[in-house]
Design a protein around this ligand. Structure first.
Ligand code: NAD
Length: 271
């Protein structure tokens, strides 16, 4: 039988934290070592199982990793950049691998993460959904194979509360297409069109954004040619897709040498 991995979850009462706890407790190869929130959070002291609507598991949400870090096989962090950097210190001190889902790091913070990865196994990804990561690979392959005769357009839809556009994932799809076409995304991206735009420039990679309702995240990459069209689409229906991908990364990371890993490594998509 495979040995159970003990997971510490940071940002426990956040949207992702709850989803991660729920997925951990449902997975019989994983156990919950600790559920950590920032000091003063209303969830401190609450049983982590009860917090996510399951039976009590005997792990109360705590305000630090404390001694639980010694029993943790891996730490999973979906918090905020400052909290992630503080957690790195603890993980380095105990040699514990960490999966980072938090986004929004400055270039300097990214350097600190790269430095930490010289000392512990560290996986970081802007999107842990397994389907998205496979789709990124497919888009790069399609762009490379189909070549410059096909126009690339990316359409994304998200819920009405999302404040940035296009989504980070749509941009990642643009990067994947640009990589396949040996093009620079920055100089070829077109973000929305209006008025007398003129005919489409061949090398353009276009983005269109839809906002409304409770859409969790839809992305479609279109390769539009003469007489045919290829669409590579991903639809997220809830946050479990991120949580399951992050936990798959966590299980993969345990036992790896120190290093900076991504979902491409976890899913063997590098070739
Ligand atoms: P959220 O605001 O719902 O949750 C974040 C939680 O972290 C909050 O409960 C907050 O109190 C907690 N926190 C802050 N500082 C902390 C500390 N020092 N110690 C412990 N907990 C602390 O946000 P969310 O939607 O869960 O997203 C969290 C992060 O994950 C964001 O950066 C988001 O962009 C990112 N995210 C990444 C992916 C991915 O696939 N990589 C997917 C979804 C969200």
């Amino acid at each position: 039988m495979t040995q159970s991995l003990s997971v510490t979850i940071l940002g426990a009462s956040g949207r992702m934290g709850r989803s991660l706890i729920d997925a951990t407790l449902r997975n019989d190869r994983l156990s919950l070592a600790a559920a950590v929130e920032r000091a003063g959070n209303a969830a401190i002291g609450v049983d982590a199982g009860v917090m996510v609507g399951q039976a009590a598991v005997g792990v109360a949400v705590s305000e630090s990793m404390g001694p639980a870090i010694q029993q943790s096989s891996v730490v999973v962090d979906f918090t905020a950049p400052g909290a992630t950097l503080a957690a790195l210190e603890v993980c380095i001190a105990h040699g514990t691998p960490i999966v980072i889902g938090t986004t929004g790091f400055t270039p300097d913070q990214k350097l600190q993460i790269a430095e930490a990865a010289k000392r512990i196994p560290l996986c970081i990804a802007a999107n842990y959904a397994i389907g998205v990561n496979v789709a990124l690979k497919l888009v790069e392959l399609a762009a490379r194979t189909m070549g410059p005769d096909y126009d690339v357009e990316i359409v994304e839809a998200h819920h009405r509360h999302k404040v940035d556009a296009p989504s980070g994932t749509a941009l990642a799809f643009g990067e994947a297409a640009a990589a396949g076409l040996d093009r620079d995304l920055l100089s070829n991206a077109v973000y929305g069109r209006e008025g007398q735009t003129g005919a489409r420039k061949r090398e353009t990679i276009g983005f269109a954004t839809v906002r409304g309702g409770d859409v969790v995240g839809d992305h479609t990459v279109l390769f539009l040619g003469d007489g045919e069209r290829l669409e590579i689409a991903h639809r997220a229906t809830n946050r479990a897709n991120f949580a399951n991908g992050a936990l798959r990364a966590a299980a993969w990371l345990v036992g790896k040498p120190a290093g900076l890993y991504s979902m491409r490594d976890v899913l063997s998509l590098n070739d």
